[in-house]
Design a protein around this ligand. Structure first.
Ligand code: NAD
Ligand code: MG
Length: 383
């Protein structure tokens, strides 16, 4: 049976992996809407290739350009932040949330409010909104399917037992490209982006290098799998073969293994609860040879400690941590601050005191996000 899909962030790395699977299975999928930030030519080309009903560019100034690029096709053009939310709310069997950053939050909430099945890659949205999002999922009968490879692994391992029988959840971390680099102050954006195992967007690549990616994933796991923060652990596993593990009360640990290719967890979401083909080679453990595991070094990489602190504090803290990190990563990528200032900026903003009260609504989350961005920018300017 043909199913419909909307992809928020269609021109990105996760968007491309999702469309690759759709392209390989043209009879199974119909594309409803595709969105992008500012890349009109890629968006228009994809919308035409896949026969999307609608293409939305977030940058309103490019509406004319998008209309021109789609002239003569049957694809409807739209632009702006409100149009992104309208695209997310359109009827679709599955909405792939693959925008990067808190910019994806309002569209994700719009899909949730329609009770949709949302494949969630956009971890910053869940980290920032936390209970505001999980409460909306509950209220509107929506479904969140985790795309992030670790959370998808945990989701699969949880088919083997009940949440109240879980003893621990272990998130694996590759440790990023800088695990063994001595002078973190001298790291360039190029070095930070060069991930050893995964090919990803720039922001998440820097997050992997700082370990904020694992920090955000800790908070993400805390909301997706409410077993208690004290039961969620992190282990560094440089080969990225085991994507995460669940240990049960009887001492059994279930793990999910696979190649470092996002098409595997994406396929698991697209086909859920069934399975679909992907073009992956069979797992060859003898060729891989060894799997190794290390304790994270939170002195050199404080991100996971800061994220645990924010998760324990709850309320406005996770959105504040996320926003400060987004602003600091952008400044690092623009060559404005050193690598080690990313974590320092987050630490300063998170611990500046006077955090706003816990958000009760999407608007509250966006206000907290904006305030933390301003504070982080001010901290970086005076540093
Ligand atoms: P990317 O930078 O490659 O793509 C981001 C997409 O979002 C693009 O289509 C871009 O046009 C759009 N976008 C960016 N800013 C926007 C804005 N302000 N408004 C509207 N649209 C905007 O990022 P990615 O690597 O594909 O990551 C997407 C999300 O998935 C992130 O939250 C990331 O943490 C998560 N994720 C990615 C991977 C991966 O392998 N790339 C793995 C796990 C989780
Ligand atoms: Mg991940």
């Amino acid at each position: 049976m043909t199913r419909s899909i909307t992809i928020l962030g269609a021109t990105g790395s996760v968007g491309a992996s999702t469309l690759d699977l759709v392209r390989r299975n043209p009879d199974d999928w119909r594309v409803e809407a595709l969105t992008a930030h500012s890349n009109v030519s890629d968006l228009a080309a994809l919308a035409k290739e896949f026969g999307a009903k609608q293409a939305v560019i977030a940058d309103e100034a490019r509406y004319g350009e998008l209309k021109d690029a789609l002239a003569g096709s049957n694809v409807e053009a739209a632009a702006g932040r409100a149009a992104l939310c309208e695209a997310a709310a359109r009827p679709a069997d599955i909405v792939m949330a693959a925008i990067v950053g808190c910019a994806g939050l309002a569209p994700v909430m719009a899909a949730i409010e329609q009770g949709r099945t949302v494949a969630l890659a956009n971890k910053e949205a869940l980290v920032s909104a936390g209970e505001v999002m999980t409460a909306a999922v509950e209220k509107h009968g929506a479904t969140l399917l985790p795309v992030d490879s670790e959370h998808n692994a945990i989701f699969q391992c949880l088919q083997g037992g009940r949440l109240d029988e879980v003893r621990t959840i272990t998130l694996t971390a590759s440790g990023g490209p800088l695990r063994l680099v001595e002078d973190l102050d001298a790291v360039t954006p190029e070095q930070a982006i060069a991930h050893p195992n995964w090919d990803m967007g720039a922001k998440i690549s820097v997050d992997s290098a700082t370990m904020f990616n694992k920090g955000l994933e800790l908070i993400e796991a805390h909301h997706l799998f409410p077993v208690g923060l004290d039961k969620i652990r992190i282990v560094v596993h440089p080969q990225s073969v085991i994507h995460s593990m669940v240990e049960y009360r009887d001492g059994s640990t279930l793990a999910q293994l696979g190649p470092s290719d996002m098409r595997v967890p994406i396929a698991s979401c697209l086909a859920y609860p069934a399975r679909m083909d992907t073009p992956m080679d069979p797992l060859d453990l003898a060729a891989i040879g060894e799997l190794s595991f290390f304790q994270p070094d939170e002195t050199r990489f404080p991100a996971t400690r800061l994220a645990r602190q924010a998760a324990e504090a709850g309320g406005a803290a996770p959105a504040t941590l996320n926003a400060a990190n987004e602003v600091a990563v952008a400044a690092f990528l623009a060559g404005k601050i050193k690598f080690s200032r990313i974590a320092l900026t987050v630490d300063e903003v998170l611990n500046a005191g006077n955090l706003p009260p816990a958000p009760q609504s999407l608007d509250d989350v966006l206000v907290i996000d904006e305030a933390a961005r301003k504070l982080a920018t001010a901290h970086m300017e005076t540093a």
